[in-house]
Design a protein around this ligand. Structure first.
Ligand SMILES: [Ca+2]
Ligand SMILES: [Ca+2]
Ligand SMILES: [Ca+2]
Length: 200
């Protein structure tokens, strides 16, 4: 009986930790540009600057490109000027803790050579992704830990420039129940276990 109560307390604490995971940064590109249309060499992003080259804003199913979730808009990271783009996000603040960077990428969906794109989150993450043209949509998820409050940003830097690039959608940064949260859960659990033992 008491063990069940103990389990319930821990589960509710874990649920609380999960429920607090509101996004620090989130963009699905769906409200960009003209309603229901694509824009080649788009620069009007709400949460991003095109800091090098060009990118195309794609409305789902235009140019034979399907966006993530088969709806809305997404970004062809190699625009239409022969110089692939770099998207750099607005700056956001990260308190100390563990976070997840999540984004959806797919191959260019139009054939030709493999594409390569470097993804960076401030000084915390850097990774290069190589995708064949027919690579299906996939959600990439990477964790990183911030030791003290800082500002940061995300950048996606596509290599080359043949106007046919990796497709990007659904970028977010979310807090994870990190080391500190797990540690405090463990201490609470230890305390509860001690109290339970004392009652036996
Ligand atoms: Ca989208
Ligand atoms: Ca393009
Ligand atoms: Ca290409």
């Amino acid at each position: 009986m008491k063990l069940t109560l103990f389990t319930a307390i821990i589960l509710s604490l874990m649920y609380t930790a999960g429920a607090q995971a509101t996004a620090i940064f989130q963009d699905d590109f769906d409200s960009e540009g003209d309603s229901g249309g694509s824009t080649l060499n788009y620069t009007g992003f709400s949460n991003w600057d095109v800091t090098d080259g060009t990118v195309d804003l794609i409305n789902h199913n235009d140019y034979g490109i399907g966006c993530s979730g088969d709806t809305g808009k997404c970004v062809d990271m190699d625009g239409s000027t022969g110089n692939a783009g770099t998207l750099t996000s607005d700056v956001f603040t990260l308190a100390a803790g563990t976070y997840g960077l999540l984004f959806d990428i797919a191959g260019n969906q139009r054939g030709g050579a493999d594409d390569s794109m470097e993804v960076m989150l401030g000084g915390f993450l850097t990774e290069t992704f190589e995708l064949s043209a027919d690579a299906p949509w996939q959600t990439i998820s990477r964790s990183f830990t911030v030791m003290e409050e800082t500002t940061s940003y995300i950048s996606f830097n596509h290599n080359g420039g043949d106007n046919i690039g990796i497709i990007l959608d659904n970028v977010s940064v979310v807090p994870e129940p990190g080391t500190l949260a797990l540690l405090s859960l463990g201490l609470l659990g230890l305390g509860a276990a001690r109290r339970y033992k004392a009652l036996v």
